[in-house]
Design a protein around this ligand. Structure first.
Ligand SMILES: Nc1nc2c(ncn2[C@@H]2O[C@H](COP(=O)(O)OP(=O)(O)OP(=O)(O)O)[C@@H](O)[C@H]2O)c(=O)[nH]1
Ligand SMILES: [Mg+2]
Length: 306
């Protein structure tokens, strides 16, 4: 049972790939810092692009789709997406929205640079000085070359770690009275790493569901009265349903979340029809689990007089 538990709760392994220079290494470190395990062969694939979806990227995505690999496209370097309404990240969001149909999988903007590093104290101090006495941020060259009490080498390092977008936001926050301790959460927020993690989590639904199904099968072969009770318990049936709901929702389907008898019955009927329709084996099983969970919830509601 310990083995089953280790396998079913193992961290999600993520494979990060992309064309040269788009930021594969930076995205991978940002995701590793956020607690994901980076692997050669992951449960989920992150395809990094910058600016555009090239024919090579589309070929990679088509191949992953053929092999049913859960995939997210990260539109990295969102800080360099240009100066449309709302700034570069808002521009990157609009671009990501347009790329969604072409990619066939979720596309999420990211500024991986800002999530990948932890700033040493010396750079924090330099940012404070730059907040008091702004430097020329009109170009990278101007920022490093212009006269300023912060040494050029330090300015060059800041540029490498945060680029102009990160420096501009960090110094703005400090000049508005934020302390240096506010910078790491600010940079994390600007990097959009939480949204990237959420997108990865959503496409990983089939991975979690398969793990759950595998664990149940393993438990069945362990057998015994305690295991039997666990397998038929309301909580177990409802939890398996929840994992199945995540799978169909990740495909863009909606599942009625009503909690009265009528809602449970309608849901059971709906997903019975769904599983009998033209769907693949995974979705059939999910349909079955949603029907089973809904009927169990119906029974519980009837039992409690709701
Ligand atoms: N402005 C900006 N620069 C970034 C971002 N992510 C990565 N970079 C920069 O882009 C360059 C390439 O990043 P890497 O992570 O080395 O890219 P890679 O795809 O691993 O590149 P190769 O290993 O050379 O194929 C580096 O100078 C990074 O600092 C980002 O979100 N914003
Ligand atoms: Mg690299």
């Amino acid at each position: 049972m310990a083995e089953i538990s280790v396998h079913v709760s193992a961290p999600l392994r993520v494979e990060v790939r992309g064309r040269r220079g788009v930021g594969v290494t930076t995205v991978a470190s940002a995701l590793a810092r956020a607690g994901l395990e980076i692997a050669e062969r992951g449960d989920v694939v992150v395809v990094v692009i910058a600016e555009v979806l090239k024919p090579e990227d589309r070929a990679v995505l088509a191949d992953l789709a053929r092999r049913s690999r859960p995939t997210v496209v990260v539109l990295n370097k969102a800080d360099l997406a240009g100066s449309g309404p709302g700034g570069p990240v808002a521009t990157a969001h609009r671009r990501a929205g347009r790329l969604r149909a072409l990619a066939g999988v979720p596309v999420v903007p990211m500024v991986a640079l800002l999530a990948a590093t932890c700033l040493p104290g010396q750079l924090m101090t330099a940012l404070s000085l730059l907040a008091d006495e702004p430097a020329d941020l009109t170009s990278a060259d101007a920022f490093v070359a212009g006269p300023h009490q912060v040494p050029r080498a330090v300015r060059a390092e800041l540029l490498e770690r945060l680029d102009r977008f990160g420096i501009a936001h960090a110094t703005l926050a400090l000049s508005r009275g934020a302390g240096v301790e506010a910078l790491p959460p600010l940079l994390r927020r600007l990097s959009e790493v939480p949204q990237v993690l959420a997108a990865i989590d959503a496409v990983a639904a089939p991975v979690r569901y398969r793990r759950v199904r595998w664990a149940l099968a393993e438990l069945r072969s362990v057998g015994g009265p305690a295991v039997e009770r666990f397998l038929i318990a309301d909580d177990t049936v409802v939890a398996v349903m929840a994992a199945a709901v995540d799978v169909v929702q990740a495909e863009g389907l909606t599942v009625d979340t009503g909690s009265d008898r009528r809602a449970h019955l309608c849901r059971a009927r709906h997903w019975r029809r769904y599983r009998d329709g033209p769907v693949n084996a995974l979705h059939q099983r999910c349909g079955d689990d949603i029907v089973r969970g809904s009927l169990r919830l119906l029974g519980m509601a009837v039992g409690s007089g709701r």
